[in-house]
Design a binder for this molecule. Structure first.
Ligand SMILES: Nc1ncnc2c1ncn2[C@@H]1O[C@H](COP(=O)(O)OP(=O)(O)O)[C@@H](O)[C@H]1O
Ligand SMILES: [Mg+2]
Length: 301
């Protein structure tokens, strides 16, 4: 079926009086299944990309396809669940009533629908509030109801626009765990966020969007592989070794030392010769926070 989501040369401009704002500037993205995190500050263009995906707005130029079809295809729309940045729920309903009502639009058989709603409410610890009006719910509880609404039709693709913004830490945690669980079974999640730790925790693939431009895209683990260092944890006569290699971040108690990548082959040989035991060695991983700042800096921000 090809890529679940494809943006090809997408440019989107908005008119603001006489001015034109370039919200997306020639965006190209080929997404695989799994959890994709679109990371960017406010105003980067994340919501614009999501609205384009949903066919709510049209690009000035370029092509978008979802599961090989254009965003306005009815077949595709049925495969998508969507959590908007700001969701409006009628607060006179109870969650159970609201979800029953919405479920009817998805043509889900009544008994199945009831079971599904109950399962989801239980998963989110909301079952006991099943018959409580939404006007008594906290922000976190409301967001969980909105997420249930988005996953009710069992979508292949779940689009979440800043799912945890403004929520308490426990709700954030619950929602992140839910997203990870959902993505199993080969589903695709497209998530926008300005939370670095959320992107780090939840996503397999990350794109950094800045002022409408995609600065980086790739597998998170690859992006965060810090290119310059290996950490060696060694046992034996490490003093002489340390002197010779003059490594960084030496921890004598733990016997660990950081060695520049380009030296690592030599270091391995040297350690063997000196009969120093290597307990472990690993390539350093950069923190998402540092990575993000470095990428912005490299783009002269
Ligand atoms: N309807 C609109 N009319 C004019 N400008 C808009 C509109 N929607 C978004 N923008 C502008 O486009 C840019 C990208 O916005 P948006 O996609 O909402 O970013 P994000 O979701 O990353 O915060 C911003 O400069 C924003 O002010
Ligand atoms: Mg937004």
């Amino acid at each position: 079926m090809g890529y679940p989501i494809l943006f090809e040369n997408i440019t989107k401009k908005y008119k603001k009086g006489k001015e034109k704002i370039v919200a997306l500037d020639n965006l190209n993205l080929k997404l695989q299944s799994g959890i994709f995190g679109f990371l960017g500050r406010n105003g980067a263009g994340k919501t614009t990309a999501i609205k384009l995906l949903l066919g709510l707005i049209k690009p000035n130029s370029g092509n978008i396809s979802i599961f090989g079809k254009p965003p306005d295809s009815v077949k595709v729309k049925k495969m998508i669940g969507y959590l908007p940045e700001v969701s409006y729920l009628d607060k006179e309903f109870t969650p159970y009533e609201l979800l029953l009502f919405l479920g009817k639009f998805y043509n889900i058989e009544k008994k199945t629908l009831r079971e599904k709603i109950n399962t989801h409410l239980e998963k989110f610890d909301l079952y006991q509030y099943k018959n409580t009006k939404l006007k008594n719910f906290s922000k976190g509880m409301l967001q969980k109801v909105s997420i249930i609404q988005a996953v009710l039709p069992d979508p292949e693709l779940l689009i979440l626009d800043e799912p945890t913004s403004g929520l308490d830490p426990i709700s954030q945690y619950e929602i992140r765990e839910f997203i990870k669980g959902f993505a199993k079974n080969n589903k695709t999640v497209f998530l926008s966020s300005h939370f670095l730790d959320e992107i780090d925790d939840v996503c397999d693939h990350v794109g950094i969007l800045h002022r409408g431009k995609l600065l980086r895209y790739g597998e998170k683990e690859k992006l965060l592989e810090f290119k310059n260092f290996y950490t060696f944890v060694i046992e034996g006569n490490i003093e002489g070794f340390i002197k010779k290699y003059n490594g960084n971040n030496i921890d004598k108690n733990r016997g660990s030392i950081e060695i520049g990548m380009h030296e690592s082959d030599d270091v391995m040989k040297e350690l063997k010769k000196a009969k120093i035991k290597i307990i472990e060695y690993c390539r350093q991983k950069e923190r998402m926070h540092d990575y993000f700042l470095r990428v912005l800096e490299e783009n002269n921000e």
